[in-house]
Design a protein around this ligand. Sequence first.
Ligand code: AHM
Ligand code: MG
Length: 362
Amino acid sequence: MDFSAKSLIAGQYNWASPTPSATRSIACPMRRTTLTQFLVEQQRSARAIKPELRLLIEVVARACKAIAVNVGKGALAGMLGNAGTENVQGEAQKKLDVISNEILMEANEWGGHLAGMASEEMETFHEIPSRYPKGEYLLLFDPLDGSSNIDVNVSIGTIFSVLKSSDELGPVTEKSFLLPGTSQVAAGYAVYGPTTLLVLTVGTGVHCFTLDREMGSWVLTQSNMTIPEDTKEFAINMSNMRHWEPPVKRYVDELLQGKEGPRGKDFNMRWVASMVADVHRILTRGGIFMYPRDKREPDKPGKLRLMYEANPMSFIVEQAGGAATNGHQRILDVRPGKLHERVSVILGSKNEVERVTSYHLA
Ligand code: AHM
Ligand code: MG
């Protein structure tokens, strides 16, 4: 195989295949499973999803492509920096937060599959206007997760969750959205990083698609992602240590003692500060992610939002064989009291999540 710069620049190296004979079969775009083919398969053979849900996921995936294009333009199109507005959480919105929210709203409003939408960036939910047909699903999203990384060119992403509305085509209210994570029928995230990825679950495992930028299609590149039960890697913002509650302090303190401590092994730490990137690493090679409740703002039980971040990520992590709790109970069982509810999050490799949770219950 020719790895020379000349060959790479001329585009002669086939990245998909290590051998010339395999090149012919794997490089053929028709042999690759696209997101559309995957979803049709889930609908027809696995009977995991209805046609309306398939179409809804396709629209979300298309919106993520549009967001990826805007993220990729960066300073060239004046995409960086603050929008000059604040969201309902009192956080300064970036221009790309606002643009990504608009893209998702516009793409999903008219398709006829939704009853309503809710976003981390909007104060209240959005009911589908009466000029469009109404469907049975509710879409919730964090349009651009990891906002603090936008201007520094670090991976960011979109997180989404789909619930089946229990209101029989009646008016949508905030209460319509307040369902536990176990009611999700689909969840996923896109990562805008060195490659653009879409990770999806419809309750039949977790599958990863890579955006083929030339073809404009999502191509299945990893099926049935699995999180190892054990790990030597943890992710937490250590600068908040003095604010943590004793169970998390105890757990992290034991990890930091390494081989000489009670765990008898050294642990490594990673913190991207984009949940999508941290969770994607955990899906790829294991690990534990924590954004615990802390004492900074007593009325906020954690930084991350239940409906837009914790629930979809917990559904994905559980589908990959991992675990997700708030320290006291499974996140997917938490009954939301309000749309923008916050929650403490501990997720990833099962044995580690169970250990931290047991420290909370001790
Ligand atoms: P955002 O949705 O406003 O971007 O906030 C959520 C992000 C997560 O992606 C990440 O895990 C966390 O905030 C990082 O927080 P911190 O900057 O406190 O480390
Ligand atoms: Mg977020």
